[in-house]
Design a protein around this ligand. Structure first.
Ligand code: AMP
Length: 417
């Protein structure tokens, strides 16, 4: 399969060659020809599958064909986070740079002042990549007109719904012309995502490359059993032993991300927290340091980490397990992108064993449990042997267990500073 066989304009073939894509990824091979015919597409694709180009190339093809005729907003790409907006916008701009025509790609997201974004939209735009709330604000300010949109893309539809954008999406749909093309991408398909897809798409072509094992990213999954208070020591041990230079560590809370990053720094590991309280400027700075290798460990929460795209991220560590099974897939999708191999390591504490089993069940996985010498769990872990709930070492009542924060504080108190 080659890009030339997909039916793309010659200028686009030159552009993909110029940015170094040799052959289409599976989702591109499945989605591009259908989208070029004007069909709706339902794509089951993870981050790292090459889905951005899968929807960007057909939009750019249409824009090249219409040059000199109609103007106005052609493509609307809705994304769940500002990081993803910036990343997708930059990826489309990288392609546009190599095209002979001027195609304007705008990026809009909340959490920053709206005025520069309004200014940037003066004179119109061909494509806009936006988070739903900010797009609505821009439409309310008449900074953008949505009634001429030819192609709507929902990127990471599952995360859009997870983040509570269902109402905003409905409002946006009401502003779009009824006749349009819809390209719908999601990593997972829980009921809410399926209903949204069903209400939006007309006779879609299904591009479900996920089920095709040959195209699954090459990710080695590991699960290490460890007691909660020993996780920091284990993390330091693994970083040192493997000489990891680029690790993305997930924690459940902002507090934990700060705490873990702080402890690592005190042990001379170049680490930073990465969560939603950071300003956009601070996030961009931290990401740039991580990309450039000045920072070896990024300790992130799920929401903040969404959209981090770093080619060949080698290691992801679940310091805390994700609450939702779908987030497990999203997290490990940060590694092993576009052919590169990666490893995803989950720390499984005795308390979290039952939860990890649930994640495995939901995702159809079985990850063998490992123990690392010197870090074997010693807490009462009858649960993992018998399937019965672990005895509370403090003789506590169920439901009166220590909170995660308390446990973290305890863990912190036991660590050498
Ligand atoms: P995405 O899933 O769209 O975020 O893409 C994941 C990564 O794969 C990005 O770094 C892209 O630049 C890269 N990529 C996309 N398509 C191709 C391709 N056909 N060949 C090689 N790399 C690609």
């Amino acid at each position: 399969m080659s890009f030339a066989s997909l039916g793309l304009a010659p200028a686009l073939l030159d552009a993909v060659a110029a940015i170094g894509y040799a052959t289409p990824t599976a989702i591109q091979a499945a989605a591009v020809p259908a989208a070029l015919q004007g069909r709706d597409v339902l794509g089951a694709a993870q981050t790292g599958s090459g889905k951005t180009a899968a929807f960007a190339l057909p939009m750019l093809h249409a824009l090249l064909a219409r040059q000199g005729t109609r103007r106005g907003l052609h493509g609307l790409v809705l994304v769940p986070t500002r990081e993803l907006a910036a990343q997708v916008g930059d990826a489309i701009r990288a392609l546009v740079q190599h095209l002979p025509s001027t195609i304007k790609v705008s990026i809009a997201f909340g959490g920053v002042s709206i005025n520069p974004q309004m200014m940037a939209l003066r004179g119109g735009t061909d494509i806009i990549v936006a988070t739903p709330g900010r797009l609505l604000d821009l439409a309310r300010h008449n900074a953008i007109k949505l009634d001429g949109v030819a192609t709507l893309v929902l990127d990471e539809a599952d995360k859009l719904l997870d983040m509570g954008f269902a109402d905003e999406i409905a409002e946006i749909l009401a502003l779009l012309p009824a006749r349009r093309q819809n390209l719908f991408f999601s990593a997972t398909f829980p009921t809410a995502v399926q209903s949204l897809a069903a209400s939006l798409l007309q006779e879609p072509v299904r591009a479900q490359v996920d089920n095709d094992a040959a195209h699954e990213p090459d990710i080695a999954q590991r699960a290490i059993e460890v007691d909660a208070p020993r996780r920091l020591q284990l993390l330091k041990h693994l970083i040192r032993e493997h000489g990891w230079k680029q690790v993305l560590v997930f924690t459940a809370t902002k507090y934990a991300s700060e705490h873990v990053a702080d402890k690592l720094r005190r042990n001379d590991v170049a680490a930073e927290a990465f969560h939603g309280d950071f300003s956009q400027g601070a996030r961009t700075g931290v990401l740039a340091d991580f990309r450039a290798g000045r920072l070896h460990v990024l300790v992130a929460t799920d929401v903040a980490a969404r959209g981090i795209d770093i080619a060949q991220l080698p290691v992801v560590v679940n310091f805390d397990l994700p609450r939702a099974a779908a987030d497990y897939t999203h997290r490990i999708g940060r590694t092993g992108r576009a052919g590169a191999s990666g490893s995803a390591i989950s720390f499984v504490t005795p308390d979290a064993e039952a939860h990890f089993r649930l994640i495995e069940k939901r995702q159809g996985l079985r990850v063998p449990r490992e123990r690392i010498a010197g870090f074997e769990p010693v807490e009462a872990d009858t649960e993992s042997l018998t399937g019965a709930p672990a005895a509370d070492p403090n003789g506590g009542i169920k439901g009166k267990r220590k909170s995660k924060k308390d446990k973290l504080r305890e863990a912190a108190a036991k660590q050498p500073a």
